[in-house]
Design a protein around this ligand. Structure first.
Ligand code: NAD
Length: 257
């Protein structure tokens, strides 16, 4: 079906539910917060940056947005974030979006970007899923992890990013296996090039943008909302028999010639 100019049809399918989402200050995380709030969810959003723009965007939506200042690499902050979500009475979805990419050529880097990538992209989602699991078991909820096409294909000077995103997809399958009998699903999305503050360095570089455009079968870059809509699908009952899966959201970048 094509799109219309009339905007989204009201869809209160998450009314009364709570989604814990990280990385909600900007980019894909903010788009996820908005999409869940559009569907009526209460979103508890954890980020280390100011979240006033996300709060302003969500203010007029059917759901609610509760910003929590949290560095996801801090175990105490993760505990407080999960508690805050549980204080709403239930946790239906956990969406791990917060992530970093660091350039680290093997010849010059000192290991710090690697350690940071592991802490943010892999250890934090594990810790959040572990802390939230008892609450998800009560609701038969869902985990959605935001990986990357670089979880599936290699990239030079990105050892930490490629390895942690591949690890995150492994973690997703492990969670699916361990939580499945309690009706909890775990899936991942693997975006291609999405226009966010993370990819802003390429905004100035016309040749790089053109190359990324050409690599995608659809011949364009992606929007954060196009990732968020797949995340909400995976968190919803529409995906009730989908678990352990990683869905590429890359315009055909990784699979089509
Ligand atoms: P972004 O840099 O625009 O936003 C990331 C958000 O995560 C920021 O708000 C940031 O403050 C937050 N964050 C980072 N480290 C944190 C920490 N330690 N504690 C709390 N919050 C933290 O990035 P984005 O492009 O929106 O990317 C979001 C996710 O999508 C990341 O996991 C990224 O790897 C993944 N991804 C992005 C793209 C893309 O092209 N933009 C492609 C594939 C995957």
């Amino acid at each position: 079906m094509g799109s219309t100019d009339e905007g989204p049809t009201p869809d209160p399918s998450f009314a009364g539910e709570t989604a814990l989402i990280t990385g909600t200050a900007r980019g894909i995380g903010r788009a996820c917060a908005v999409r869940f709030a559009e569907r009526g969810a209460t979103v508890v959003g954890g980020d280390r940056l100011d979240q006033s723009e996300t709060a302003a965007t969500c203010a007029d939506l059917p759901g609610a947005f509760e910003p929590v200042a949290a560095d996801v690499t801090d175990p105490a902050a993760v505990e407080a974030l999960v508690e805050r979500a549980a204080d709403t009475g239930r946790v239906d979805a956990v969406v791990n979006v917060a992530g970093i990419v660091a350039r680290e050529p093997l010849a010059t880097h000192d290991g710090e970007p690697w350690e940071r990538s592991v802490a943010v992209n892999l250890t934090a989602p594990f810790r959040i899923a572990r802390e939230a699991a008892p609450h998800l078991r009560e609701t038969g909820g869902a985990v959605v992890n935001v990986s990357s096409i670089y979880g599936q294909i290699g990239a030079a000077e990105r050892a930490g990013y490629v390895s942690t995103k591949a690890g995150l997809e492994g973690l997703t399958r492990a969670l699916a296996a361990e939580l499945g009998e309690d009706g909890v699903r775990a899936n991942a999305v693997a975006p291609g090039f999405i226009e966010t503050p993370m990819t802003e360095p390429y905004a100035e570089d016309g040749a790089a943008r053109e190359r990324f455009r050409e690599l995608a079968a659809l011949g364009r870059l992606g929007e954060p909302s196009e990732v968020a809509s797949v995340v909400t699908f995976l968190a919803s009952d529409d995906a009730s028999f989908v678990t352990g899966e990683t869905v590429l959201v890359d315009g055909g970048r990784a699979t089509v010639e």
